[in-house]
Design a protein around this ligand. Structure first.
Ligand SMILES: CC(C)(COP(=O)(O)OP(=O)(O)OC[C@H]1O[C@@H](n2cnc3c(N)ncnc32)[C@H](O)[C@@H]1OP(=O)(O)O)[C@@H](O)C(=O)NCCC(=O)NCCS
Length: 198
């Protein structure tokens, strides 16, 4: 399948590991894109399910208007196919922190290291281009692929919240994982922290 956004490859901002990241375009929000959010395998551990084109457009535009959310398309070097997204946002300007969420909607391309590569590239963008101090993600304990991809990309497990998420059939722990900008945090405590001394 061809890239539906001709010329978009030229807007790539980072590339490695067989993929590149480019700013997401309104034309990326097509039927194939919306089908990712109807796929129960893809959305099992996501809040975004069954989104409409209007939802997706409003979400993208809010980021462009506020500069507090940056959406990147993850595309294959070979053929330019758009296989997923990385969201850097929503930025909390005072604390200079935000989430970094990765969704590879095209399941044909899972398990090939593309998420790990995309997370590494987006982490560097968040730190170097947007000046983010600390990145977070909350991951269901059952989402092994995501836990592996983020930790391989250099993220740390900062905390585990017991039975925090409701999921069909019960509850799962929330892994709070983080990545610290070394320009702001050259030394880190070991996690989990102990109680403060009084
Ligand atoms: C999570 C996700 C981003 C991972 O993408 P990916 O490109 O498959 O990730 P990578 O290939 O870089 O790394 C995943 C690793 O976990 C492994 N893995 C995936 N699912 C697994 C499972 N259920 N059990 C054990 N290992 C698993 C993969 O095999 C791979 O390891 P390997 O290289 O040793 O084989 C992708 O599956 C996805 O988009 N899922 C839906 C959305 C989602 O949950 N996003 C995360 C939100 S925090």
């Amino acid at each position: 399948m061809q890239n539906k956004s001709p010329g978009a490859r030229d807007t790539a901002v980072a590339r490695d590991g067989g993929i590149y990241l480019r700013p997401m375009l309104e034309s990326d929000i097509d039927e194939r894109y919306l089908s990712w959010f109807r796929d129960e395998e893809v959305t099992r551990y996501l809040e975004s399910k069954y989104i409409t084109a209007d939802d997706a457009l409003a979400f993208l535009r809010w980021g462009q208007q506020t500069n507090r959310r940056f959406m990147y398309a993850v595309c294959l070097e070979d053929g330019d196919l758009h296989i997923g997204n990385v969201k850097i946002g929503d930025i909390q300007p005072r604390a200079m922190l935000c989430d970094l969420v990765t969704v590879l909607g095209d399941r044909n391309h899972w398990g090939k290291g593309y998420a790990t590569a995309a997370i590494k590239l987006a982490t560097a963008l968040a730190f170097d281009v947007y000046g983010i101090r600390k990145l977070n993600a909350g991951i269901y304990s059952g989402n092994i692929g995501s836990l592996k991809a983020y930790t391989r990309a250099g993220w740390l497990v900062e905390a585990v919240l017991y039975a925090q998420y409701a999921i069909a059939g019960g509850f799962q722990d929330k892994f709070v994982i983080s990545c610290f900008n070394p320009g702001h945090h050259s030394v880190l405590p070991s996690f989990p922290l102990t109680l403060p001394q009084v």
